[in-house]
Ligand binder design. Structure first.
Ligand SMILES: Nc1ncnc2c1ncn2[C@@H]1O[C@H](COP(=O)(O)OP(=O)(O)OP(=O)(O)O)[C@@H](O)[C@H]1O
Length: 385
């Protein structure tokens, strides 16, 4: 079912290594970092989920993988090494245009609104194919129809339609089709299922996983929804205040979360089994560009484990098994050989819950996060002040 695979000889499942990536946006207060010093690896053939509240920098990270951060933003430091392409941060002009679509397929967050209103979907598909030098345009159309069909749409009808004739959910599926149809082997999906109802969302996630496996893709999915991650992702990166605070194999991170933020996110999810009142919202709000601390731990203002050192010193990176955590309290606990202890939180600083109620086993995490299926699980979008 691959689109013109013979046109892509030698394309292999790429690994991706993000190193020291910093992106700044120009504001009235000067250039401020939206993500700072991010290190992340996407191993070939894996699906990595990136979660975090609104404003944590997920979309900025996704755009950076395509070197598509637009002014007033810019990548100010770091590299994004993609096997077969090199450092995309250094790509310019035609090389960059060719890489997008052909090597890196993507669905942006506003995919529902990104179609050209004046052209049918089919015409836009042909334009896309031509601009990327696809010779077998019939094969491209056939693959597009098949992909749309798998996502529950009448492919021929959709290709004949203009944007205004399609619902938000249909447009979102068109976006996913356009991301996959050129047979890119690195696929970046930014909130691919937000406009979809639960059943359609589950269906789309199943297809994303199937296509990922069939074509040997490396995939990154940005989402607010821990249920989506539990459903599809092999690996998980948790973002807060422009940094990755915890990452690892999904079931390790969800089954035994170590960072207080990850524990808070999981505790905030209502459980279907047991006492539904056990769920407790994460107190406080995530920082904005202007309020992200310039030094020390970005999460400290909402953290029940906050210590003096968190004010000024970058959290050390603690590795255990597949999981990598950036936290002073976790590091101190590892050093002293006990679980991180929560101090009584000060009034108004947030917190108050012991981290002990986070799930302790992979089974318990699945029960918490996955019990309601991929959709309808607690959305962790935090409100921006
Ligand atoms: N064009 C821009 N100009 C100024 N600041 C921006 C711009 N785009 C994003 N930001 C800021 O950068 C930070 C990270 O935003 P980003 O959209 O990457 O986060 P996110 O985690 O994807 O959020 P959401 O889930 O709401 O999309 C936020 O503080 C946001 O306000």
């Amino acid at each position: 079912m691959s689109a013109t695979p013979e046109k892509n000889p030698g394309k292999k499942t790429p690994g991706v290594r993000v190193s020291g990536l910093t992106v700044v946006y120009r504001t009235q207060a000067g250039e401020l970092p939206a993500i700072r010093g991010i290190d992340l690896e996407l191993p070939p053939g894996t699906i990595t989920g990136v979660v975090g509240e609104s404003g944590s920098g997920k979309s900025t990270l996704a755009l950076s993988l395509l070197n598509a951060v637009q002014p007033p933003g810019r990548i100010s430091a770091g590299s994004v090494e993609i096997d077969g392409l090199g450092d995309v941060v250094k790509l310019r002009g035609e090389d960059l245009r060719k890489a997008r679509g052909r090597h890196i397929g993507y669905v942006f967050q506003a995919a529902q609104n990104s179609l050209n209103p004046l052209k049918t979907v089919g015409k836009q598909l042909l334009d896309l194919g031509r601009s990327h030098g696809v010779d077998d345009l019939r094969g491209l159309v056939k693959d597009a129809r098949e992909l749309l069909g798998r996502m529950g749409l009448d492919g021929a009808r959709v290709l004949d339609s203009h944007q205004h004739e399609l619902s938000g959910g249909m447009r979102q599926r068109v976006g996913i089709m356009l991301a996959l149809v050129l047979n890119a082997h690195l696929v970046v999906l930014d909130e691919p299922t937000t406009a979809l109802d639960m059943i359609t969302q589950a269906n789309i996630l199943r297809i994303v996983r199937e296509v990922h496996a069939e074509r040997g893709l490396t995939t990154m999915i940005i989402t607010h929804d821990l249920g989506v991650v539990a459903e599809v992702a092999d690996r998980l990166a948790v973002m807060y205040g422009g940094q990755i605070v915890e990452q690892g194999a999904t079931m390790d991170v969800l089954g035994a979360p170590r960072h207080p933020y990850t524990q808070g996110l999981i505790r905030a999810i209502p459980r279907l089994v047991g006492d539904i009142d056990e769920a407790s919202a994460l107190p406080g709000r995530p920082p904005t560009l202007g309020t992200i601390p310039a030094q020390g731990c970005v999460f400290r203002d909402r953290c029940v484990l906050r210590m003096d050192v968190c004010e000024t010193v970058e959290p050390p990176v603690v590795v255990r098994g597949t999981s990598i955590v950036a936290c002073h309290a976790v590091e101190a606990a590892d050093r002293d050989g006990h679980a991180p202890a929560a101090e009584a939180p000060e009034p108004g600083t947030g917190g108050g819950e012991s981290p002990a109620s986070a799930p302790e086993t992979a089974e318990e995490a699945q029960e918490t996060v996955g019990a309601r299926g991929p959709a309808g699980v607690q959305d962790i979008r935090g409100e921006q002040p």
